[in-house]
Ligand binder design. Structure first.
Ligand code: C2E
Ligand code: CA
Ligand code: CA
Length: 721
């Protein structure tokens, strides 16, 4: 540590690389900057050198045989005397973030990717060398000061020049200085302040008079235990030492050097490192945190996941799980209430997930409305399911956003570890597949990943190709689900629901409509469904006396509805099939309506003029604005199945009641979807909800079966009426 006082002295830095040519290059480059590069060809050699030099910086190659760069860094961080030495990793490995994280965790200050730019290297190194020089200067000033104080104390003659030296040094120091008297065997709290410099007055936020002669415990009542141990060791051994610590009483980070300037004395020089610490923390936050919710981001999640996978490879019976969570029906929020409301929702969701997770779990946001949790140290797989269900329960609680009460459910996919994955990304992907699976079950569900699901996901890839052929091969079918009058139980209409007949099975719409939506194939498929429903209904009309107000409802997809010539197409179909427009009802979803209300109103007027009826599907899930609802020329609201299926939940009950009375006020009638029990039917009938549809009455049946139904109930009822 002691060096010549004159001229800019050579500062040592350590370069560690297993390749001699790299070491030669580094030392050649930096020697010209007045920097002395000490070389080590392995991590072990580097560790041995640390005790012999005072390095300003370590340049550390990541890929080395034996102890690699990260392991070496971890050991450097573990050593009391070496943990403060800055490290710059030099790596040729990909810049993939995961590796960068490992570096940060091991305490990297910075990164250089090989082949590095010489000027960048020199600039980076220079910063640390300058910092080191300053630190040495401070340290020397502190030592000189302490010697002077000792001199003063030991001689009664107060030498005027020595006093002047003392004063100027003391006052100009940027770092805080305090000289303490400490009896042998006493601890820091009992030490008494003999002298402080102005910088220390500022740090303590008190004038000198209020500091001198006080004990440390009077000034810092909550003194950190390790600071006490550290000073005790310095006092005992007489060797100077350095710590960096947070001092809670001062609300600052301090880098403290302690010396023993003479018997019964202890000197502390404190550098305020709060600002640097803060800067480091923000860098960390920016790299690892989702700025909106403060949760871990995807990259940190992958990093932690890799650690869990590693742990489970090393420890027998180590159980962990990953939950992948996606909010059902979040997207319409941004379009209907605006992105600020969407952000609020996400923050509340983040809080709720955190509340439902356990302390040691990692909670991350890894997509717009996607979240993931890593559950560690599980006692058994059931524990993972408990957490998953707790998260779902938390999610289902209503939330207040800008005066709206919103309700969400979340679909959750689970992968249980240990699982045989090479990459954390693969594990996360499968959790995502399980989540998709859960979502197709109708939202608010938890699904554990199974291998069969992956085949299913692959199937999705093939679906698009097959859908093309399906149209040509005439493989689509319409099934018809009865809609009944809840008061009289009479049949009063059908909803046409599409199926895909392929390989001897009937594929439900949930398995192919979303793909068709994505590719645009939904437009010809939807056209087919519309024409087919009109043909069939027209046929029924010619054969049976249909009940009063009878309609067949056909679902329109967003893309289909958005077609500019929709009204013209429909007119042509009606003409070709000769169908009375009164018998046709088009269902569009609430979310579709709210995406572009102005143009929707316009289009609906066109349909109304043709005499076609319109129903709003999945009502209650899209946050319609009431003022718009009033302006839509529609006939029917269909209460979403999710409310009907859980009428035991008080909020659902209130929502259904509100929807029904709202609809009646606006002159619409109401169809409740998904009625499965008599209790649900009775409750809805009690609310004067006109119509019902659900498995209690019938599933969707083939065209032939529907015709049979009309044959037995339709004419009879019509006749009675
Ligand atoms: P949706 O329009 O909400 O249709 C109602 C769905 O709820 C149908 O599912 C129906 O079988 C089901 N459902 C009815 N009652 C009950 C019940 O009591 N319990 C339960 N658990 N479910 C019930 P499906 O046939 O699988 O259709 C799913 C969705 O596919 C439809 O939802 C609709 O959005 C879409 N879809 C069906 N056909 C077409 C079509 O021709 N064109 C378009 N664009 N979409 C269609
Ligand atoms: Ca529908
Ligand atoms: Ca519906």
């Amino acid at each position: 540590m002691c060096r010549s006082e004159n001229g800019p002295e050579a500062i040592d830095i350590l370069a560690v690389d297993d390749e001699q040519v790299n070491l030669l290059l580094l030392s050649g480059l930096l020697r010209r900057e007045g920097i002395n590069v000490v070389c080590a060809k392995s991590g072990y050699e580097a560790l041995a050198l640390l005790s012999k030099h005072d390095f300003a910086l370590i340049l550390l190659d990541v890929m080395m045989p034996g102890l690699d760069g990260f392991d070496t860094a971890e050991r450097i961080r573990a050593g009391e005397a070496t943990r403060h030495i800055p490290i710059i990793f030099i790596t040729a490995i990909s810049k993939e973030q995961r590796h960068v994280f490992r570096g940060y965790e091991a305490g990297a200050v910075d990164y250089l990717i090989k082949p590095f730019d010489h000027d960048i290297l020199k600039n980076k190194v220079r910063v640390f060398v300058d910092m080191h020089r300053q630190r040495l200067a401070v340290q020397r000033a502190g030592e000189a000061l302490a010697r002077t104080v000792a001199e003063l104390r030991s001689s009664s003659r107060a030498l005027s020049d020595s006093r002047a030296r003392y004063q100027s040094l003391f006052n100009s120091m940027l770092n805080g200085f305090v000289l303490l008297s400490m009896e042998e065997g006493a601890a820091l709290p009992q030490a008494r302040v003999l002298e402080v410099n102005p910088a220390m007055e500022r740090m303590m936020d008190r004038p000198r008079e209020m500091l001198v002669d006080r004990t440390v415990s009077e000034l810092l009542p909550n003194l950190e235990g390790h600071l006490r141990d550290f000073t005790a060791e310095v006092a005992r051994s007489g060797r100077s030492g350095l710590v960096e610590t947070y001092v809670a009483d001062l609300r600052r980070w301090l880098r403290i050097q302690a010396y023993v300037p003479g018997p019964g004395l202890l000197a502390l020089v404190a550098e305020d490192t709060t600002a640097r610490r803060k800067a480091e923390e923000t860098v960390q936050e920016r790299t690892f945190q989702d700025p909106l919710t403060g949760l871990a981001n995807r990259a940190l999640l992958l990093n932690r996941l890799e650690q869990s996978m590693e742990r489970s490879r090393r420890r027998l019976n180590y159980l962990y799980a990953v939950l992948f969570l996606d909010l059902d029906r979040f997207k319409p929020i941004n379009s209907s209430l605006g992105p600020a409301a969407g952000d609020k929702v996400l923050c509340i969701v983040a809080e709720r997930i955190k509340a439902a997770a356990r302390g040691l779990d990692t909670v991350a946001r890894c997509g717009a409305d996607e979240f993931a949790l890593i559950l560690e140290e599980l006692k058994n797989p059931a524990e993972a399911m408990q957490v998953a269900r707790r998260v779902c329960r938390e999610m289902a609680r209503p939330m207040e956003i800008d005066g709206h009460t919103l309700r969400f459910t979340a679909s959750v996919g689970v992968v249980l570890g240990p699982a045989d994955y090479a990459q954390p990304e693969d594990l996360l992907r499968d959790a995502g597949i399980a989540m998709e699976h859960a979502r197709t079950l109708g939202g608010g569900k938890v699904k554990v990943f199974k291998w069969a699901m992956r085949t299913r996901a692959q199937y999705a890839l093939n679906v698009n190709q097959h859908l093309h052929q399906a149209l040509d091969r005439d493989e689509f079918r319409l099934h018809y689900q009865p809609i009944v009058d809840l008061k009289t139980m009479a049949l009063c209409g059908f909803e046409a629901l599409i199926r895909w007949q392929t390989d001897g099975r009937l594929v439900p719409p949930g398995d192919f409509i979303p793909h068709a939506e994505q590719t645009g194939l939904i437009v010809p498929i939807g056209q087919w469904a519309l024409a087919e429903a009109c043909r069939t209904t027209s046929l029924w009309r010619s054969r049976f006396a249909l009940p009063e107000g009878f309609t067949v409802a056909v679902n329109l997809s967003a893309r289909q509805f958005a077609q500019p010539d929709l009204v013209r197409q429909l007119a042509r179909i009606l003409e070709e099939t000769g169908l009375d427009p009164q018998l046709l009802k088009l269902e569009i979803t609430e979310t579709m309506m709210m995406q572009n209300p102005e143009s929707v109103v316009h289009k609906l007027r066109g349909l109304r003029e043709m005499g076609v009826k319109v129903g709003i599907d999945d009502f209650g899930t899209g946050y319609s604005s009431l003022s718009y609802l009033r302006r839509f020329p529609i006939n029917t609201l269909k209460v979403d199945r999710s409310f009907v299926s859980d009428l035991d939940a008080f909020e659902n009950l209130v929502i259904v009641r509100t929807i029904v009375s709202l609809a009646h006020n606006l002159g619409f009638d109401v169809v409740a979807e998904g009625i499965e029990t008599e209790r649900q039917r009775d409750f809805l009938a009690g609310l004067n909800c006109e119509f019902g549809q659900g498995f209690l009455f019938s599933k969707a049946v083939s065209g032939d079966q529907a015709q049979d139904l009309l044959d037995v109930c339709g004419p009879a009822h019509a006749g009675e009426a």
